[in-house]
Design a protein around this ligand. Structure first.
Ligand code: NDP
Length: 339
């Protein structure tokens, strides 16, 4: 496919620019490779090789929607900006809730290299980061996996946790029963695992030793007393100060890790609401994922403790994943030239 806009992008020196669709991304970057890429991303953060301002999020006043932009530069990877809308109720209209693009630029001369469908990259990289955190924080051994939510991230999180642990069982709760049913069918068709739907989060959490919360919930769907001793939890859904998935006691009990302290202290309701209640302070965050990746900070200290990884998503994840997709696309001659 080539796009014609009544002129030529090559006139502007954009001769290298390719478009990579969702299908291209899915064919080029699998979950194990994406987890490796995310390890590299957090190593780059640890070495100070990342320049990125706080992301900009416009929360739309007249509708349940948000528009975000996330620019970044990192030597070795280049520059990128992800621009994306998040409309949580879009599924009712048959559309994805997260839509947008990543524009990737070359490091040496700054030329635009690729326009990449962002929903697929976000789907993969977010779960890959949870997979990485799980690998670093969860107890070893067989896993009963609890997934709260049944959307895009629910699916990619099953794949990611399967990459790092021996999952034997999946327990699912989702707000809409039909969506939970559809998701367990997907799990058995795509992962070879048996999944069971529960009527409540409490039921789905019972006995689980790894938990992923991947919902657009605003109020807690997890209470501390429902969690099995020694479990590891990836809290992925909430990304504004007034929304959370975990109750205060879960955060208070947890050894708490984040992707970015800078973002957690201004965006994460899961952290900010308990802090506002005076139950925890900023020192409650043990470390960022980059400090775990390099071994600077000890992760889990005992088999019994609860570990929580609060994910908000970072531009470096998009840049490094986009770069991996682009490099492979060039090597394999994949993608549509934009000219
Ligand atoms: P989807 O739109 O595909 O799925 C949304 C899920 O949230 C559905 O399972 C839905 O349940 C559930 N849900 C919606 N509203 C509520 C509610 N009020 N209470 C409980 N559950 C609710 O989104 P994704 O899977 O792509 O994303 C899931 C969450 O993760 C979102 O909040 C998203 O913003 C966040 N996210 C975080 C990223 C990060 O880097 N940390 C990156 C990408 C996404 P049902 O369908 O059963 O009603």
């Amino acid at each position: 496919m080539s796009l014609c806009l009544g002129g030529s992008f090559s006139d502007l020196g954009l001769s290298k620019l390719v478009y990579l669709s969702r299908d291209n991304v899915e064919a080029l970057l699998d979950m194990p490779a994406c987890i490796d890429s995310m390890r590299s991303a957090f190593q780059a953060v640890a070495s100070g090789n990342v320049q990125a301002p706080q992301r900009t999020i416009i929360r739309m006043a007249d509708r349940p929607g948000a528009f975000g932009s996330m620019p970044i530069y990192s030597p070795g990877f280049g520059s990128a900006a992800k621009v994306m809308t998040i409309y949580p109720e879009n599924h009712d209209a048959g559309l994805a809730s997260h839509q947008g693009f990543i524009l990737l630029f070359a490091e040496d001369h700054g030329e635009p290299l690729a326009l990449i469908e962002a929903g697929s990259v976000t789907e993969l990289r977010t779960a890959a980061v949870s997979g990485l955190a799980t690998d670093l924080l969860a107890n070893p051994g067989e896993v009963t996996l609890c997934i709260l939510g049944s959307g895009v991230q629910a699916r990619s999180h099953v794949k990611a946790i399967q990459c790092v642990r021996d999952v034997t069982r999946v327990q699912v709760w989702s707000r809409t029963r039909g969506h939970a049913d559809r998701f367990v069918d997907w799990v058995s068709d795509n992962s070879g695992l048996h999944a069971t739907v529960y009527e409540s989060p409490e039921g789905a959490l019972a006995g689980a030793n790894i938990v992923c919360t991947v919902t657009a919930a605003k109020e807690p769907i997890v209470e501390a007393d429902w969690l099995r001793e020694g479990c590891h939890l990836n809290a992925v859904g909430a990304f504004i100060p007034t929304a959370r998935e975990l109750d205060t006691e879960t955060i208070r009990r947890a050894r708490l890790f984040v992707d970015s302290r800078g973002s957690a202290v201004i965006e994460a309701g899961d952290f900010l609401i308990p802090k506002g209640e005076g139950v925890i302070d900023e020192d409650h965050i043990v470390a960022e994922l980059s400090e775990l990746v390099t071994g600077k900070v000890v992760g889990r200290q005992s088999a019994e403790e609860l570990t929580v990884f609060k994910s908000l998503g970072m531009a470096v994840e998009d840049l490094v994943a986009a770069r991996a997709v682009y490099d492979k696309a060039v090597a394999e001659g994949v993608g549509s030239k934009i000219e």
